[in-house]
Design a protein around this ligand. Structure first.
Ligand code: DC
Length: 231
């Protein structure tokens, strides 16, 4: 049996990280964890508790209420997906809206939120054999990961992809507002003080602007096999 490793996939929003990471985990028989879903779950909680008024987050209240938040992943055999649950409630659909996307970077800035989620993420990966995607996986959650990947693509291409996904789900959004959200999130995720998104020198760069999903997957698998071989 080959040695199990840890694979950290970071990068900009809507680059196809989750799809690629999920496929890779399936191929390697590894666990896949979408950490963006965890930040989205806390954001959904904050919206539901009315902690966001006119785009302003009541940080203090959110920090006080963090103890009431329990996030878990539960396998859904109908979709072959690990759905995110908030205190036992499946909120997988509710977290994928533009409303949640437009507040999540604010919530992800709060150090206390990050500390709570990072602790849980580290525990999920303590046995290795994991593919985790996010913004700070290679830098903070698993700095010793055997394979680190940084995914990006041109903002217009990412916005177009996300727009089609949202429209397909029946969301009433315009391409302009999706592009605005992509650009704003890039800026906030990369410029925040705590655990900003950075391209680590040791990370392999995967620019998906001109690549098909199949090409991305092939490259990822070859990198993973190489890293497993070396481990
Ligand atoms: O991957 P995503 O687009 O679903 O992530 C949603 C947001 O969560 C993203 O804009 C930034 C934040 N995030 C983060 O700060 N750290 C992570 N490890 C994952 C996501």
């Amino acid at each position: 049996m080959s040695k199990k490793i840890t694979i950290a996939i970071d990068g900009h929003s809507s680059t196809g990280k989750s799809t690629a990471a999920k496929q890779l985990a399936l191929k390697l028989h590894y666990v896949y964890v979408d950490t963006g879903a965890m930040y989205r779950a806390v954001s959904y909680f904050a919206l539901r508790e009315k902690l966001l008024v006119n785009g302003n987050l009541d940080k203090q209240k959110l920090i006080e209420k963090l103890k009431d938040i329990r996030i878990s992943f539960v396998f859904n055999k109908d979709t072959n997906n690990a759905d995110v649950h908030l205190n036992g409630e499946n909120i997988e659909k509710q977290i994928r809206t533009l409303e949640v996307s437009s507040v999540v970077s604010k919530v992800a800035e709060v150090s206390e939120v990050r500390a709570k989620l990072v602790e849980q993420q580290k525990a999920m990966g303590d046995k290795k054999g994991i593919v985790m995607d996010g913004r700070d996986i290679g830098s903070v959650v698993f700095p010793d990961a055997e394979l680190k990947v940084f995914m990006t693509a041109a903002p217009e291409i990412r916005a177009q992809r996300r727009y089609l996904e949202l429209v397909e789900k029946g969301d009433d959004v315009s391409l302009e507002e999706v592009l605005k959200n992509v650009v704003e999130r890039d800026h906030m995720d990369s410029s925040r003080e705590d655990s900003p998104l950075i391209q680590l020198p040791e990370a392999k760069l995967l620019d998906t602007s001109e690549m098909t999903r199949e090409e991305q997957f092939e490259l990822l698998v070859s990198w993973a096999e190489e890293a497993i071989e070396k481990a």
